[in-house]
Design a protein around this ligand. Structure first.
Ligand code: HSE
Length: 321
């Protein structure tokens, strides 16, 4: 069995991500350097998937391998392998669930990435995307949307043109782009945030929205910062979900007043992201946004990150389990 494996134990990091990016509901996303999850995986003789430890969010996350996103995605991968070995996992959550930062996607990607590394990478990124999506479905009411899984797995800024078969396009972004994240200490379940959306939209809104989505891609690729600024505007989702985040519209106004290139809800919220062109601006935006929440006595965390082009990575790997 030894030859099957590159090693018997690996510890990996899997990043948080911002999805939707204002105008690209369910299609746009980008990966962050922080926060992110860590996962330790060991190959064991006992068949099956065994979650031995969860830290960081013990009270929320199920250890039951049928309900945990990392285990469900891993199960999909192991079904394709029919292995004679088993896997033990320790999941160290370094970001809250229901935060809008792709927490479930990060865990789903971490497990399939880790096993692929241990097995000398038999699967392509597209294969891993499909496995990870099985885990992600649990968090979003059985609907497969890959706008967190894709940037988490591929790194960078991604456009998901389709999931079946996977059609993920990487969009180059300017080097000086910084992202400020503010995460207020409330939880919004993705399933709920999707349920409240309308299933039909006005054609005139759709026209404005796809105009923005196309323009954002051009703005990022050129790069054209004024175009990026005009394009991060959401006519469809934000008007509905904005009301779930206390003081959201004031928060957005504050970010834009402080030179943000764009500001909107990260994924299904409650985290909010703002893009800017320097670390200094990104920090100032974070400080000013935090004041908006502090005024209403709502605790929050801020993160500053450039776009993470690497995606998941190995922290350590060895044969000693
Ligand atoms: N695109 C998804 C949504 C991301 O906004 O519902 C959350 O997982």
């Amino acid at each position: 069995m030894k030859n099957l494996f590159k090693a018997k134990k690996v510890k990996v990091f899997s990043p948080a991500s911002v999805s939707n990016v204002g105008c690209g509901f369910d299609i746009f996303g980008f990966a962050l350097h922080q926060p992110g999850d860590e996962l330790v995986m060991r190959i064991v003789d006992k068949p099956g998937i065994h979650i031995t430890k969860i830290t960081g969010d013990e009270h929320h996350l199920p250890r039951d391998a049928k309900k945990n996103t990392a285990a469900v995605s891993l199960r999909a991968m192991m079904n394709a392998l029919e292995p004679k070995f088993g896997v033990e996992m320790e999941l160290h959550k370094k970001m809250p669930l229901g935060s809008g930062l792709g927490s479930s996607a990060a865990s789903a990607v971490a497990s399939v990435f880790a096993l692929n590394v241990l097995l000398k990478k038999p699967f392509s990124k597209n294969d891993l995307l499909l496995f990870a999506l099985e885990g992600e479905k649990i968090a979003s009411g059985n609907i497969a949307h890959a706008d967190n899984v894709a940037p988490c797995l591929y790194g960078g800024f991604t456009l998901v043109r389709g999931c079946n078969p996977p059609d993920v396009i990487s969009i180059p972004v300017p080097d000086d782009l910084y992202c400020t994240i503010i995460h207020p200490h409330i939880e919004i379940k993705t399933e709920f945030a999707r349920r409240i959306l309308r299933s039909q939209i006005k054609l005139s809104d759709a026209v404005k929205q796809w105009g923005n989505a196309a323009a954002l891609v051009v703005g990022l690729m050129k790069p054209d910062y004024e175009l990026i600024k005009r394009s991060i505007e959401d006519y469809i989702i934000e008007p509905i979900r904005g009301s779930l985040i206390p003081n959201y519209f004031l928060l957005k106004e504050t970010a834009l007043k402080n030179n943000a290139l764009g500001c909107s809800i990260s994924g299904s919220g409650p985290s909010v992201f703002a893009l800017s062109r320097s670390e200094k601006e990104a920090k100032l935006i974070g400080t000013e946004m935090k004041k908006v929440f502090t005024k209403i006595k709502l605790k929050s965390d801020t993160f500053i990150s450039k776009i993470n082009y690497e995606g998941p990575k190995i922290i350590s790997i060895s044969d000693n389990t």
